[in-house]
Structures are given as C-alpha cells and as structure tokens.
Design a binder for this molecule. Structure first.
Ligand SMILES: Nc1ncnc2c1ncn2[C@@H]1O[C@H](COP(=O)(O)OP(=O)(O)OP(=O)(O)O)[C@@H](O)[C@H]1O
Ligand SMILES: NC(=O)c1ccc[n+]([C@@H]2O[C@H](COP(=O)(O)O)[C@@H](O)[C@H]2O)c1
Ligand SMILES: [Zn+2]
Length: 282
C-alpha cells in the first residue's frame, strides 16, 4: 500500500476547438492548478491543450494547423502547459475518452519505471473491481521524491458548458462519460449561466462518481468565448487583452476570421451527432 499522505501527480488535459485560443483557456489551467495545490493532496505536473481535428465539423472551425499554431504561440511562455497535435492531426474525429486514453498511455510509456503490465488498458467501466482513478500497481520509482505517489492521473479539464453537454442527446455515449469520471476524473471550471451542482445531482452516473469530479469556482468571472472573439473580429472590433498579443498578431497577419470562415461547415452535422445518431438507428 502506498502512503495515503503522498501527493498524487496530476496531468490536466483540455479538449476543445480553441478557435481561437483565448486568455480564458489559459486561465482554466491556472485555476485548476491553484485548486489542486490548495488540496495539499495533488501536484499538477503538466497541462495539455488538445485542439480538436477539422473532422469535428463545427461551424466556423478554421484549419487545425492555424488553431494549433495559435495555441503554441499562446503557451510559449508557460513552463507547464503545452499543446499536443495528436488529436488535431487525426483524419477522423476522435472521442474525448480516446484522447484521454492516448495521453494516459503516453504518460505510462514515457515513464521508464513502468513495466509493460502497467500499460494495459484500465478496467472497463461496469466491471466489478473497484478502482482508484488511473490506478495501476504501484512501482516504486528510483530517484522519486518520497512524498509523491508513483503513477500520475490524467484528468479532463473543461468549462461547465462541456459538463452540461453530457446531457445533450446523441452527443456523448454513456459508457464514455462513465469511463471519464470513473477511470480518469474531471475538473470543471464554472462558467456564467451554469448550474453544475444541480446537473450532477440529476445524473446517476455523475452522482456516483462525484468524488472524482472537481468543481472549481471562478470568482474573477470573465465570460470570454471564442465565439465572441470571432464575432468581434468580423465586426472590426478590438480583441486586445482578450487573447495573447502574439495570437492577435497571427490572426491579423493571416486574416483568419471573416464572414467566409464563419460559414465553414454551415449546415453540416457535428461529427459526434452524426456518429451517434446513425448508431441509434442501427
Ligand atoms: N470563459 C470560460 N469559462 C470557463 N470555461 C471556458 C471558458 N471559455 C472556454 N472554456 C472551456 O474551454 C474548453 C475549450 O472550449 P472551446 O474551444 O469551445 O472555447 P469556447 O470559448 O467555449 O468557444 P466557442 O464559443 O466557440 O464554443 C471547454 O472546456 C470550455 O468549456
Ligand atoms: N462524445 C464525445 O467524446 C464528445 C462529444 C462532444 C464534444 N466532445 C469534445 O468536446 C470538445 C468540445 O469542444 P467545443 O465546445 O468547441 O464544441 C471537443 O474537444 C470535442 O471533441 C466530445
Ligand atoms: Zn465551447
């Protein structure tokens, strides 16, 4: 048994369009890190931004190349948040749970102290064995600080609108939601107009795993959204101080957002809705 007083290392993964990345996206990471630090039980070691691929087909979604470049520019001064382009470079849209699995496996395989046996998939949801999130048989790391537990956990970082989107028909599979909250964990930052506590109360699966759902209240509210940024740009209004200056310069230089770009994927059904609506017909 590992010492329960040891800190658990946490990697935060944020999935989304980042169309474009805003200061608020960057703030999500800072807020979540403060929250975990204050618990005294966790140590956040890394943040990962994973822009969705073009195959997501969201209206107004500009090319992943540009979205990834902007996210990289925005994080170049952060010593703990980075951008990963694995998801964005997939030709098909990838379910968020698979992105979590991918990064979890990557963490395990980059850790030389983890044996192959440790890289086996996590217990499938619904199986009997009760497990701690991201649990693997502990292997003592050489050179590891004695107050750190051996295996990092990877948690999905999102705003409350994403959590509430779990309730939209044909958008998320119940088994995916279960795997996210049971095996990995969720960190949710409050967003204007949401009532996440009530949402969790009304969902059996979320209620069952509420200990693995971390709700972080943003007291210094700022409801920046990419949609509002794109709207301001189309209207020729300033977005300075809402996105990093380097991102603003990149948008201007490449004339990224305009009425034509906003029309991309107009009338196209969002990839998950397409996928699950056809599943439910079969
Ligand atoms: N102001 C905010 N407060 C809390 N969470 C936010 C905020 N802005 C974005 N997020 C979160 O960041 C993640 C990525 O979001 P996304 O790329 O959709 O940005 P967005 O600003 O919501 O864009 P859009 O308006 O196009 O939906 C999501 O989990 C979303 O909930
Ligand atoms: N079933 C799923 O796994 C599922 C459904 C809808 C959105 N998502 C993800 O949530 C994020 C939402 O981004 P937007 O808020 O920009 O639409 C994206 O990364 C998307 O891939 C996942
Ligand atoms: Zn959004």
């Amino acid at each position: 048994m590992e010492d329960p007083d040891k800190k658990t290392e946490v990697v935060l993964l944020a999935c989304g369009s980042f169309n474009p990345i805003t200061n608020m996206h960057l703030r999500l990471f800072e807020l979540a890190k403060d929250y975990f630090d204050e618990t005294g039980k966790y140590k956040v070691i890394k943040g990962i931004i994973s822009p969705v691929s073009d195959a997501y087909k969201k209206k107004g979604l500009i090319s992943a190349d540009h979205r990834v470049t902007m996210a990289k520019l925005a994080t170049k001064n952060s010593d703990w948040v980075e951008v990963d382009d694995w998801e964005s470079s997939q030709s098909e849209w990838v379910e968020t749970v698979k992105v979590l699995r991918y990064h979890h496996q990557k963490l395990l395989s980059s850790d030389p102290t983890n044996s192959l046996q440790n890289a086996l998939p996590l217990t499938k949801p619904g199986r009997k064995r009760k497990q701690e999130p991201n649990r693997h048989d502990p292997i003592k790391k050489k050179n590891q600080s004695p107050d750190i537990k051996s295996t990092p956990q990877i948690k999905l970082l999102c705003g409350s609108d994403v959590l509430e989107s779990f309730g939209i028909p044909n958008l998320w599979k119940l088994e995916d939601i279960t795997e996210i909250v049971q095996n990995h964990g969720l960190v949710c930052i409050s967003r204007a107009g949401s009532n996440v506590q009530k949402f969790i109360y009304e969902s059996d699966v979320l209620w069952r795993h509420k200990n693995n759902i971390h709700l972080v209240e943003e007291w210094i509210t700022n409801d920046i959204s990419s949609t509002r940024i794109r709207r301001a740009l189309r209207r020729g209004q300033s977005i300075r101080y809402l996105v990093p200056d380097v991102v603003l310069a990149y948008i201007k230089k490449n004339n990224l957002y305009n009425p034509e770009s906003e029309d991309k994927n107009a009338g196209v059904v969002l990839a998950p809705l397409q996928k699950y609506a056809s599943d439910s017909k079969n």
